[in-house]
Structure formats: structure tokens, C-alpha cells
Ligand binder design. Structure first.
Ligand SMILES: Cc1cc2nc3c(=O)[nH]c(=O)nc-3n(C[C@H](O)[C@H](O)[C@H](O)COP(=O)(O)OP(=O)(O)OC[C@H]3O[C@@H](n4cnc5c(N)ncnc54)[C@H](O)[C@@H]3O)c2cc1C
Ligand SMILES: NC(=O)c1ccc[n+]([C@@H]2O[C@H](COP(=O)([O-])OP(=O)(O)OC[C@H]3O[C@@H](n4cnc5c(N)ncnc54)[C@H](O)[C@@H]3O)[C@@H](O)[C@H]2O)c1
Length: 478
């Protein structure tokens, strides 16, 4: 690799081949891969190792999702002849349990030991900031220079610029609520907001969900949004999509928050005990000194080309920082690719179409590859099969008939272009389809795979066989 000399190069011991800013999933993957390739590597982390995912994002949210499920299962126990009382949440105990599980996950991640074993230097002396395009300064005053720098700073929640926004709780702080709110408004129906709706609904809170977008889970296939939205409404959630704007939040003397918004020309209000703002995730770039390095920022993200190079080619941007696929699996994939491109001066890309994602709502949802709308735009003759869970033995056995798998193939019924599922185990089902896609399995082969009985994954074989039947019809029409 090229060893670029910084004009303000500190001392030899503070110069590395690769400097990685942030030790979340992106930074950890980038650092370990760069070290594996023989580079000298430093990781600069301002907070807790593991980043958003393990500390305030996926892991705590997933524990809350499990708690929500236990509440639902307990309520349904009577259907199976099990006598239990009506469950209720002891919020303090729930919060403690989340913390305990987060610590358990942190203990198996062992980032510092893995860095040490790989010969990666870890420096935790506050936030890093660019001095120039090859030099970083930490809060401690220490300077570090590197031939390549990988920006893995992740992001943070966004408060809407409305009066009273400071009264809202952001997703990272949900566990700091002093008590379980009886009435809660969730603003933002993306992956975060939708999951919090399910959690608070299961916990017995009265939930209102608002979004400016015309449908919830706007990034998912339209059929997913429709199904999850219908389930929310059936569960008593007040779903308000297509609102014009959130106007304000005001606090009354008794602590009640009044949320005001506009739907068309109509002004509406709702009194709640908590407002959660899950309205986006800008990159953590405000104090990064990018202007000192001539690195471009666009809409609160550090854009990168498909090889993760920023406008300054030896500086890379991966994970949530580049504002693309804000998922752990993307962050890890991108981190490794950027490390290879930095150390080997290669041009490695990541397969965006093989990134499965989903959420633990009630019901769960997930997707991979093209949505039906995207697939039809690319090829109007693509073939789509939808198999309801009510046709799947296991779903009926478990009393989980709601949901479906939508499988999309090209017109020649060879390639799987996308898969989208709602229902029990949707994420595991979509993961299995992703594995098949990654392995290059065609629809015909998938249709012949045997699935253990009785499993939810059996829906994949059913959908593949339905695709073949559908495709035959499509081909007849040609
Ligand atoms: C509530 C919630 C639930 C989520 N659930 C899921 C899920 O189920 N599945 C999924 O795939 N994704 C989920 N995500 C998204 C996932 O957490 C992120 O995509 C992922 O953490 C991004 O990894 P990253 O390494 O890019 O950034 P981060 O994990 O945010 O790590 C960035 C790190 O950089 C450090 N840092 C920032 N600035 C500096 C600086 N100037 N100097 C030094 N260090 C710095 C930070 O302290 C942090 O440790 C969820 C997110 C949220 C908010
Ligand atoms: N399970 C998962 O994989 C998972 C879970 C949580 C978050 N994430 C990722 O983290 C990132 C952040 O997620 P997020 O859900 O916090 O943000 P997001 O950007 O995905 O969704 C924000 C939502 O807020 C809405 N919104 C924006 N401004 C608004 C306004 N003024 N009034 C009302 N609504 C408004 C948007 O229309 C959007 O639906 C995403 O990329 C997401 O995929 C993933």
C-alpha cells in the first residue's frame, strides 16, 4: 500500500498504515481485516466498544422484543390450558434485564482482546477529529497519522426542529424513561419506530404512530407495510401515516405531553405520557473536522463510491456513516471491503442485493433483494408468487397463520430477485432464501429442496413451486 506522508506527521510510533475511527460493527470488521492483511492498524473509539448495535440499538431492542413476546405468549397461555394471571410489566426489572443481556452479549464480543490478538492498537482517548487528510487529533491531544483512514463513526438519532422537541425521548434513551408510559406517541415508522410500537403495545401502553411517509416501513416491500400496518391497527395502535408535519410538543404541569401535528389542513393533538422521536439517523460527523481534510458531507452522511472511497480517495466511509444500508450486516461487509481496498489498493464491492433485513414487530417482517415494485420496474414480466402462512402446517399448528412469503423471480424463472415475508420467523425464512441466493441456487433447485416437517421454512419450497407454476403461465403468454 502507499504510505502517504502527512505534513503534520506526529512521531513514528503514532503513524499507522490504517486508522479506523469508531469500534462499532463497521470499525471492528475493518480493523481486524486490515490487520489480517498485514497492515499496522489503530482503532480510535470515543465511547463503548461495540457501537450502537450492542449498546443502544439492536441488542437492547431485541431484548425488549423478547419481553413483548413473553407478554403476548402469557396472555395466550389460557388457550393451551395454562392458568396464569394477567401479566404486567415491572419497568425497572425489565430495564435491568435488558442491561444484563447487553452485558452478556458484550462479554462474548471481546473486541479489545480480539484487537490485541490481531496486533491492532486500540486508543480510547475521546473523540477523533481530522487535522488534515492524514492526521487525526483526539480529545486527549494525542495525534495519530495514517496512510489510509476508515471513517466508521455511525450515527445518532435526530430530533425534529419543532418547539418542545427536547421533551421527546430518542430511541437510544427509551430505557431511561422513569416509568412505563401509559400513553405513548411514536413519531417515525421506520424499523426503529415500528419495533418500539410493538414493544409498548405489548406492554399495555396506548400507542399512536405518526409518519409523514404515505405508509409505514417505507423502505420495505409495499405488501410488508400493508400487512404490518393492518396488524398494528387490529392491535389497537392508532396509525397516522401521510401527516403533513409535527408542529409542537408541550408539557402541562401534571407532566402530560401534548403532541400537535397537521394532517392536511387539519390541526390535531394528542395527550400522552411520552413522545418517542424515531425520525432518522444522521451520521456522527458534526465534530469530525471533515472540512480540514476536504471530505464531502451530503445530507448528514459521508458519501462514498462503490469501493467506499470518499471524495478523498485514501479516506473511506463505511457503515451508518455513509448513509446507505444502515444495518449491522452491511457495516461488517463494508468494513471488510474498505479494509481490503485500503490495504491492497483493490476495488472490492459488496453485494447490496444479498443484504437481508427485518424487524421484530408483531408480526415479524423481513426482506432481501428487490421489492416487487423495483423488480417490475426492471422487468415487467418478472414472476411473483405469494404463499400465505395459513397454507403452512407449522404456522397452523402454532396458531400463527397470519403472514406470507412473497418470492420474486426473473421471467426465465432462474434467478431469485427478492423475497419478502411477514409472520412468525419471517427473518429466518428470508435468511434461508438469502443463503440460496448467495449460493446461486435457481428456482427449480429450490423447488426440489426438502424442508424438515413441520417448519416455517417449508414456505420457501411452496413459494418456489408456485413460482414455477406462475412462470409457466407467464411464458405461455409470451
Ligand atoms: C434502536 C436500533 C435498533 C437497531 N436494530 C438493528 C437490528 O436489529 N439489525 C441491524 O442490522 N441493525 C440494527 N440497527 C442498526 C445498527 O445498530 C447499525 O447499522 C450499526 O450499529 C452500524 O454500525 P457502525 O459501526 O457503522 O456504527 P456504530 O455502531 O454507531 O458505531 C460507531 C462508533 O463510532 C464511535 N465514534 C463516533 N464518532 C467518533 C469519533 N469522532 N471518534 C471516535 N469514535 C467515534 C461511536 O462511539 C461508536 O462506538 C439498529 C439501530 C437502532 C438505533
Ligand atoms: N431491525 C433492523 O434492522 C433495524 C432496526 C432499527 C434501525 N435500523 C436501521 O437504522 C436506521 C435508522 O432507523 P430509523 O427507523 O430510526 O430511521 P429511518 O430513517 O429509517 O426512519 C425514520 C422515519 O421517520 C419519518 N419521519 C422523518 N421526518 C418526520 C417528521 N417530520 N414527521 C414524522 N415522521 C418523520 C420518516 O418518514 C421515516 O419513516 C435505518 O437505516 C434502519 O434501517 C435497522
Amino acid at each position: 500500500m502507499t504510505d502517504r506522508q502527512s505534513p503534520a506527521r506526529p512521531s513514528d510510533e503514532d503513524h499507522y498504515d490504517v486508522a479506523v475511527i469508531g469500534a462499532g460493527p463497521a470499525g471492528t470488521a475493518a480493523a481486524l481485516r486490515a490487520a489480517e492483511l498485514g497492515a499496522s492498524v489503530v482503532v480510535l473509539e470515543a465511547g463503548r466498544l461495540g457501537g450502537t448495535c450492542v449498546n443502544t440499538g439492536c441488542v437492547p431492542t431485541r431484548v425488549l422484543a423478547k419481553t413483548a413476546r413473553l407478554m403476548r405468549e402469557t396472555r395466550a397461555a389460557g388457550d393451551y390450558g395454562i392458568t396464569v394471571g394477567a401479566p404486567s410489566i415491572d419497568w425497572a426489572a425489565t430495564v435491568e434485564r435488558v442491561g444484563e443481556r447487553v452485558d452478556a452479549v458484550r462479554s462474548i464480543k471481546r473486541e479489545s482482546e480480539r484487537f490485541a490478538e490481531a496486533g491492532v492498537t486500540l486508543i480510547q482517548e475521546g473523540r477523533a477529529r481530522f487535522v488534515d487528510d492524514s492526521t487525526l487529533v483526539l480529545d486527549s491531544g494525542r495525534r495519530v497519522s495514517a496512510g489510509s483512514i476508515v471513517i466508521c463513526v455511525g450515527g445518532h438519532s435526530r430530533r425534529l426542529p419543532v418547539p418542545g422537541a427536547e421533551l421527546a425521548t430518542v430511541p437510544e434513551d427509551v430505557l431511561t424513561l422513569s416509568e412505563l408510559p401509559k400513553r405513548v406517541a411514536v413519531i417515525g415508522a421506520g424499523n426503529t419506530g415500528a419495533q418500539l410500537v410493538t414493544v409498548f403495545n405489548a406492554f399495555g401502553s396506548e400507542v399512536t404512530l405518526l409518519d409523514v411517509a404515505p405508509r409505514i416501513l417505507i423502505a420495505s416491500d409495499a405488501s410488508i407495510s400493508e400487512a404490518v400496518s393492518a396488524a398494528f391497527i387490529e392491535q389497537g395502535v392508532d396509525v397516522r401515516t401521510g401527516i403533513s408535519t409535527v408542529e409542537s410538543i408541550e408539557r402541562a404541569d401534571d407532566g402530560t405531553l401534548t403532541l400537535a401535528w397537521k394532517q392536511g389542513e387539519e390541526s390535531l393533538t394528542r395527550d400522552v405520557d411520552a413522545v418517542i422521536m424515531a425520525t432518522g439517523w444522521p451520521a456522527d460527523v458534526e465534530d469530525l473536522g471533515l472540512e480540514n481534510a476536504g471530505i464531502e458531507v451530503v445530507r448528514s452522511a459521508v458519501p462514498a463510491d462503490r469501493y467506499f472511497r470518499t471524495s478523498v480517495p485514501h479516506v473511506f466511509s463505511v457503515g451508518d456513516a455513509n448513509g446507505r444500508d444502515m444495518l449491522v450486516q452491511a457495516a461488517q461487509f463494508e468494513g471488510e471491503a474498505a479494509a481490503e481496498n485500503a490495504v491492497l489498493e483493490a476495488n472490492r464491492r459488496t453485494p447490496h442485493h444479498l443484504l437481508p433485513a427485518g424487524g421484530f414487530t408483531d408480526p415479524d417482517y423481513a426482506g432481501v433483494g428487490l421489492t416487487e415494485e423495483q423488480a417490475r420496474e426492471q422487468d415487467p414480466a418478472c414472476v411473483v408468487a405469494r404463499v400465505p402462512f395459513s397454507n403452512v402446517d407449522r404456522a397452523v399448528i402454532d396458531d400463527r397463520e397470519s403472514g406470507f412469503l412473497l418470492l420474486i423471480a426473473d421471467r426465465r424463472r432462474e434467478l431469485i430477485l427478492g423475497a419478502h415475508a411477514v409472520g412468525e420467523n419471517a427473518i429466518e425464512v428470508v435468511q434461508s432464501v438469502t443463503t440460496a441466493m448467495a449460493a446461486g441456487v435457481d428456482v427449480g433447485t429450490l423447488a426440489n429442496v426438502r424442508f424438515a416437517y413441520p417448519t416455517y421454512s417449508a414456505v420457501i419450497g411452496m413459494a418456489a413451486r408456485a413460482l414455477l407454476a406462475e412462470a409457466a403461465v407467464a411464458i405461455d403468454r409470451d
